[in-house]
Design a protein around this ligand. Structure first.
Ligand SMILES: *Cc1c(COP(=O)(O)O)cnc(C)c1O
Length: 230
């Protein structure tokens, strides 16, 4: 199934205007992305570095590319020059590498910190303690711009649990923003002022929006089921 324009338009109409839709095009061929581009889609999400780099080369340069997968430190350099937003920053090590690559090309790179919110076993994301630690070291990092938080709820059919997971992330987001914007001893960067809360996918975006999301990552609903599971 190619890109579903009708679904995209009705999705757009059904959600508040301040919410950004990321069209998650991972595994999909260039032609499907071109269809989406033609009707005005500019935010695309990918989760493999090589695939993202290839698609970036072949498609118009006004596309905003979102990296939504798990990013390995040794691959940061390939996307650093053009990536719009890295959604899944989940360690201090990765953050340091992003800063290093940003410094090399004098580009401040937009990032979201990924928080582990699902009750079920998932591999990625920081817990609250790691998150606080990372935020504490941020003032040292001149070439990362922390824009917000990202999280993935449990893959289950239980609205209440999903709601509680998203609400937890929203509360963390509010807590960080409620802190005074004081500068640290180096007087360089204030505490981050977050403005992006990336949560919600095809199956749970409505719940995510109810819980305060302002960026949803929608794949299968727009592009159809993927042939293989990334
Ligand atoms: C694949 C993926 C999505 C999109 O999932 P759908 O269920 O197809 O909408 C969103 N976020 C992340 C991090 C993904 O890997």
């Amino acid at each position: 199934m190619p890109f579903n324009t009708e679904k995209y338009n009705s999705l757009k109409k059904s959600i508040p205007s301040g919410i950004t839709i990321i069209a998650v095009s991972k595994t999909k061929p260039i032609e499907d992305l071109q269809e989406a581009y033609k009707i005005g889609v500019r935010d695309f999400g990918e989760n493999y570095v090589q695939e993202l780099v290839d698609k970036h080369e072949k498609l118009p340069k006004d596309i905003r590319w979102h990296f939504i997968g798990h990013l390995q430190s040794n691959k940061v350099k390939f996307i650093a020059p053009f990536v719009e937003l890295i959604h899944g920053v989940d360690s201090e090590k990765l953050l340091n590498e992003i800063n290093k690559q940003g410094k090399k090309i004098n580009r401040k790179i937009n990032c979201l910190l990924q928080v582990y919110i699902a009750k079920e076993e998932t591999k990625f994301g920081m817990d609250e303690e790691e998150l606080q630690h990372v935020i504490a070291v941020l003032p040292e990092l001149e070439f990362v711009n922390i824009c917000g938080l990202m999280g993935m709820a449990s893959f289950i059919d239980n609205e209440q649990i999903i709601k509680s997971e998203f609400t937890y992330l929203k509360d963390l987001y509010e807590t960080i923003n409620a802190k005074p914007q004081t500068t640290n001893h180096k007087q360089r960067t204030p505490n981050p002022k977050l403005h992006t809360l990336s949560m919600g996918m095809s199956a749970d975006y409505k719940t995510a929006i109810d819980c305060g999301s302002n960026m949803i990552r929608i794949g299968s609903m727009l592009f159809g089921e993927r042939n293989y599971n990334h």
